[in-house]
Ligand binder design. Sequence first.
Ligand code: PLP
Length: 347
Amino acid sequence: MPELEKTLYSGYIAQGNTVDRFEKELSSFIGCQNCVSVNSGSSALHIALLLAGVEQGDEVISTPLTAEPTNTVIKQTGANIVWADIDVNTGNICPDDVERKITNKTKAIVVVDYAGVPADIKRFKEIENKYDIPIIEDAAHALGASFNGEKLGNHFNFTIFSFQAIKHLTTVDGGALCIKNNELFEKAKLVRWFGIDKSLTRKENNIEVQGYKYHMNNVNATIGLVQLRYIEEVISKYIENGKYYDQWLADIPRLELLDYYEKTEPSYWLYTVKVEDKPSFIRVLNEKGIAVSDLHKRNDMHTIFRDSKSHLPNLDEYEKSWVHIPCGWWVEQEHREYIVNTIKQGW
Ligand SMILES: Cc1ncc(COP(=O)(O)O)c(C=O)c1O
């Protein structure tokens, strides 16, 4: 609150130095060079798609197992979504199926690290190089997760994060886009603010690219800067809880844990298990006071995506069993013990 008061009374509440500081500190946390803050993860994704050159009629390969904005934003560009199936062992988009779906119309591939579990980054890096098609990593769930010792945000042409209310880090609403290419980084800054270059006066400006009102402001950035002071500690609580479940839920009949790809370290935004008789699992745990759900509707079931309909046998299979159990920073030792013991009693 004191930090917010300072910003609010300063009179400078639009995008200014505080946003610059937030970007700098966020880049240093992620370990990336080029990080553009914006007003939402959706805006970050839209900018990434535009910079990848996605236009009306192009194809973008994506996964239906994600929060809707991943795919509504692709739709917003006028591109056609081509669904790739998931890997049933991880719930993440399957690289082999992505390769099968690539055509000469494919302009970008969106890879989601669902629930904070990194996708098969090694394989997707190979695909990005082999086909020269930019990968946009939607790491909205996966701040602080890593591959090969490097945090997400460093592996693909584009990576987006969301700082919406319930993410690992929140600015109330907000997002960021990490970009490898320096020229595209400069362009991203224009696209997020009407196409206007903030380092010049309005009179000196000549708008050459279509821009949007996607910038972050000093108020949200102030919240982000305070959140960043605690982010290591907060994320480590998610990770501790995730690892606790990895250990204590192994070998429970009728329950299967997810696999993680080699050299990946999840940040466990949600904890996913696969169970037999999912409706009963949800009902029994809910009755015992544990919030359990299969949070997201598979996106291909929404009418807006009907044109992309395709056969996704792995997702059909996964759908029957996947469910989330609580694992956020608020889950203490006594809670997670209670959750594990309750699951062990059966459903
Ligand atoms: C996987 C995923 N991608 C993108 C977004 C969009 O982020 P935002 O809500 O900040 O626009 C979300 C947000 O909920 C998300 O969960």
